[in-house]
Design a protein around this ligand. Structure first.
Ligand code: NAD
Length: 450
């Protein structure tokens, strides 16, 4: 992530999630909108694979759910107690892996859905990890730097027995960054001995890998480039709109601009801007503006628009890179892009997905589109275990290789089975985890026909 900025997102947060009507083709649905979306995608793929009820139950049930109280002495001397979570969805293919989010909307349901997504993502891009997610229900913008550090250290003191280089490896997510990872490393290492591989996306000085901070956004750009290549085009001249201009959105913008694409509009939690005239936004200057002011709003020379208008702008590509549930049945009909690349996790509800498919809009799903970050985290973990150092060139070459291989596998299955890229991605991922569970003996029989 970029900075610890204000993220109060009632319209996107899972706590306010609406219960959209059930979409045909999936099993019974309950829970918040993100849980429903994950359930819908899982059920469709499980049906296609012919997985037994036992297998489905095993694959969907989180391996471990930890909820802790995180007491923090505030600067004014008072004590506050925050709720912290770490959900390990699966370790069938390797140690659990996933980010840590600091946000007021963090709760067990959101963490479970996001942990599950990590399981399928690591399986899809074929790296030896399972899936996890963690977080603290807190608005970090209301904390001083000292309070934030004490919060992080206390959280780690409560969960350190459950994480570690071969157990569960955290990374940043919304509102956490390399500094937070450095505190996690320090707190964990003070109990278990120096363990750089216990966390990824650390500062380079502490064993971080070059290119990791930008890798998710860079990967979004690489996957989009591969998709356009399959459609006989390149990024050159593409008109792109991005919702969310934090770590993922800004790095995707940089990559796309460097490869000839045009960023015509972006938005964040405070509002959105549209380039005026025929000139696209200059990404470098915009990043500097956000660094200085904390928002894209007020960028000189651009027109202010609101976030609903942003989603409905005529463009080639729309990249939701903020939070969950950005595209719902209420606004999916307004989208005028021909390609959507999911930089965020679970930004499209099941009902919105159906609408987009009916409208022949290509959706490159989160499992694939934003996997660049966890792939680079895998490189970082490998680098730490082997005590070597990778060059930036090697990181980016390998990143492209992993993402290209995954994209082509997804496309092949989608074309072969006449299904969407999302359905194909979930199918491949679930099949891999199901096979791992079977081989480890967790279920006796397996009916999958992959
Ligand atoms: P970030 O905190 O750096 O940036 C989030 C951005 O979204 C900010 O610009 C914020 O203002 C904006 N935003 C928040 N609420 C909004 C709203 N209601 N409307 C419009 N914009 C809003 O976070 P990030 O690390 O860039 O993560 C963004 C998304 O990408 C999340 O879904 C995260 O889970 C996912 N993701 C992140 C990584 C990573 O490596 N950071 C990896 C994979 C997936």
């Amino acid at each position: 992530m970029q900075s610890l900025q204000v993220i109060n997102t009632p319209e996107l947060s899972t706590v306010h999630a609406l219960h959209e009507p059930k979409v045909s083709g999936a099993g019974p649905i309950s829970g918040t909108l993100v849980e429903q979306t994950a359930h819908h995608n899982f059920s469709l793929a499980a049906q296609q694979l012919g997985l037994s009820a036992d297998h489905q139950l095993l694959l969907r049930t989180p391996f471990r759910e930890v909820k802790v109280s995180v007491p923090v002495q505030m600067d004014d001397g008072s004590l506050r107690v925050f709720n912290g979570y770490r959900i390990q969805h699966s370790g069938a293919r390797g140690p659990a892996k996933g980010g840590i989010r600091y946000h007021p909307a963090v709760d067990a349901g959101e963490m479970q859905a996001l942990a599950e997504i990590m399981t399928w993502k690591t399986a899809l891009v074929d790296i030896p990890f399972g899936g996890a997610k963690g977080g603290i229900a807190v608005d970090p913008t209301k904390l001083s730097a000292g309070e934030l550090e004490r919060l992080t250290r206390r959280y780690v003191s409560r969960i350190h027995r459950f994480i570690g280089p071969f157990r569960d490896i955290p990374a940043p997510d919304v509102n956490t960054n390399a500094q937070v990872m450095a505190w996690i490393l320090d707190e964990y290492s003070s109990r278990h001995g120096y363990s750089p591989a216990c966390v990824t996306s650390k500062p380079i000085e502490l064993g971080g890998i070059r290119g990791r901070a930008a890798a998710t956004g860079t990967g979004v750009g690489m996957v989009l480039a591969e998709h356009m290549k399959a459609r006989g085009r390149s990024l050159s001249g593409l008109r792109v709109v991005i919702q969310g201009f934090g770590n993922v959105g800004s790095n995707a913008a940089k990559f796309i601009e460097e490869h000839g694409g045009e960023i015509i509009a972006v938005g964040d939690v405070n509002g959105a801007i549209l380039s005026s005239g025929s000139r696209p936004l200059r990404v470098h200057d915009l990043i500097e503006h956000v660094r200085l002011t904390g928002s894209v709003v007020g960028f000189p020379g651009a027109m202010a628009i609101d976030n609903e208008e942003l989603i409905a702008l005529p463009c080639d590509v729309l990249i939701p890179a903020a939070l969950e549930n950005a595209l719902t049945q209420d606004n999916a009909g307004d989208v005028r892009a021909s390609v959507i690349v999911e930089g965020a996790n679970l930004p499209t509800t099941a009902a919105a997905d159906r609408i987009l498919r009916d409208r022949n809009i290509d959706v490159i799903p989160d499992l694939l589109a934003n996997a660049g970050g966890v792939i680079a985290s895998y490189f970082e973990w490998t680098q730490n275990l082997q005590q070597t150092q990778w060059s930036l060139d090697k990181v980016n070459r390998q990143l492209r290789a992993y993402l290209t291989r995954a994209y082509r596998a997804v496309r092949k299955v989608a074309e072969g089975r006449d299904m969407s890229l999302r359905e194909a991605a979930w199918l491949i991922a679930i099949d891999r985890v199901a096979r791992a569970e079977s081989l480890r003996g967790a279920v006796r029989t397996r009916n999958a026909r992959a």
